[in-house]
Design a protein around this ligand. Structure first.
Ligand code: PLP
Length: 405
């Protein structure tokens, strides 16, 4: 028997690698959009585990899918296929542009697969010159060395030795900056249709269409990273469905598992054919436990009432934030879509998003930041109206607390 371990926040600093700076409290239980910490204090959750807990905490459909699968079969490896993975793949194919699915365990892994597929596709079809990958400033695509180098913040990939090459960055929502980089050697352009980590920055319709046109002109693949914007977050199953722009490859994770780690890369049969047997893989990717939970999440979220409900909740969020701002004047604008919203701090409060995050936790609310100037909200897609109202009351107190200094 292990001796009794005193689990406190201080233990984090003793035993954990110091790459995170978690909040002072330790949550122990969640139900819907409420969470309780070790001291029994209750919080309203507007963070959703960073756009992951799309059905809140312990949603009955997810709990029952997990428990049912837990009694059947957890893991096989990809030496075998399994029923939940095949059902989930079929449903993703039925509800998107895609014809083929590759499963991973995270957003970064889904993007890693997408980028490797794009490189292999270009090599097979056009030769080794065609290897340029273009992404955008402020983009975020994960923390593997390839994906973090593709991401738009050099600071995140600096200091780890030689970086993967053939990667260039253009300016988001600036088509000319992309045009200036593109040529027949461009293999793929990767972007978030709505930038998340970079500050909740929506792609302009004309920009997104322009990216598609340039990709067509130069025979480059268009990769949509919908890891944060996907699975109902913006009020459609995927954000691309708000527009006429359809990518060649789409990556999805976060909300896909509703809290269970899973990711996927979606593409067409013609492109998928370039990841031949043995070219890529994962021990856990597509394991039955993850896919059973994701199937339940997808079934529950991909319903007109749930997707329309996201847009209703967005209206309420915006109304409440406008009322708070009228009283306290802290934001210059609120941007984003559905249950992925960013309140942009005005000049007076620029750079202080973490203060609002900490004050919110003090007041019993989980919020998020998206860079130093944006407070981000990514709650459950089915958060009850009463929880939104209560959370906003607490958020207003947090705003007042920051203003008082
Ligand atoms: C979170 C995120 C990722 C990385 O996902 P992980 O599961 O943390 O690897 C990639 N792209 C976008 C747009 C994200 O928001």
């Amino acid at each position: 028997m292990a001796e009794h371990i005193q689990v406190t926040r201080a233990l984090f600093d003793e035993v954990m690698v110091p790459n995170y700076a978690p909040a002072p409290i330790i949550p122990v239980r969640g139900q819907g959009s409420r969470v309780w910490d070790q001291a029994g204090r209750e919080y309203v959750d507007f963070a959703g585990g960073i756009a992951v807990n799309a059905l809140g905490h312990c949603h009955p459909a997810l709990v029952s899918a997990l428990k049912e699968q837990a009694d059947k079969l957890w893991h096989l490896s990809n030496v075998m296929t399994n029923e939940p993975a095949l059902r989930l793949a079929q449903k993703l194919v039925d509800s998107t542009f895609a014809e083929k699915v590759y499963f991973a365990n995270s957003g970064a892994e889904a993007n890693e697969a997408a980028l490797k597929l794009a490189r292999r596709w270009a090599l097979d079809k056009f030769g080794s010159e065609k290897q340029q990958i273009i992404s955008f400033g402020k983009s975020f695509h994960g923390r593997t060395f390839f994906t973090v180098t593709v991401g738009g913040q050099a600071a995140y990939s600096d200091g780890f030795g030689p970086k993967p090459g053939g990667i260039d960055h253009a300016e988001y929502n600036n088509l000319d900056s992309l045009k200036a980089l593109m040529s027949d050697n461009t293999c793929a352009v990767i972007l978030e249709p709505l930038q998340g980590e970079g500050g909740i920055i929506p792609g302009d319709a004309a920009f997104l269409q322009g990216v598609r046109d340039l990709c067509n002109q130069f025979n480059a693949l268009m990769i949509y990273d919908e890891v944060q914007s996907g699975v109902g977050r913006t009020g459609k199953l995927y954000a691309y469905m708000h527009t006429n722009v359809v990518p060649d490859i789409l990556t999805t994770a976060k909300s896909l598992g509703g809290g269970f780690p899973v990711g996927a890369m979606l593409t067409t049969t013609a492109i998928a054919s370039h990841l031949k047997v043995g070219t890529h893989g994962s021990t856990y990717g597509g394991n039955p436990l993850a896919c059973a939970v994701a199937e339940a999440a997808l079934d529950t979220i991909n319903q007109p009432e749930v997707l329309d409900g996201v847009l209703e909740r967005e209206k309420l969020f915006r109304r409440e934030l406008a009322a708070i701002n009228e009283k306290h004047q802290v934001f210059s604008t609120v941007r984003g879509q559905g249950m992925l919203l960013g309140a942009v701090l005005n000049d007076q409060f620029k750079g202080r998003s973490r203060d609002f995050f900490l004050a919110s936790a003090d007041q019993g609310l989980f919020a998020l930041v998206a860079g130093p100037d944006v407070i981000r909200f990514a709650p459950s897609l089915v958060i009850p109206e009463a929880d939104i109202i209560e959370g906003m009351k607490r958020f207003e107190k947090a705003v007042a607390q920051v203003k008082q200094g």
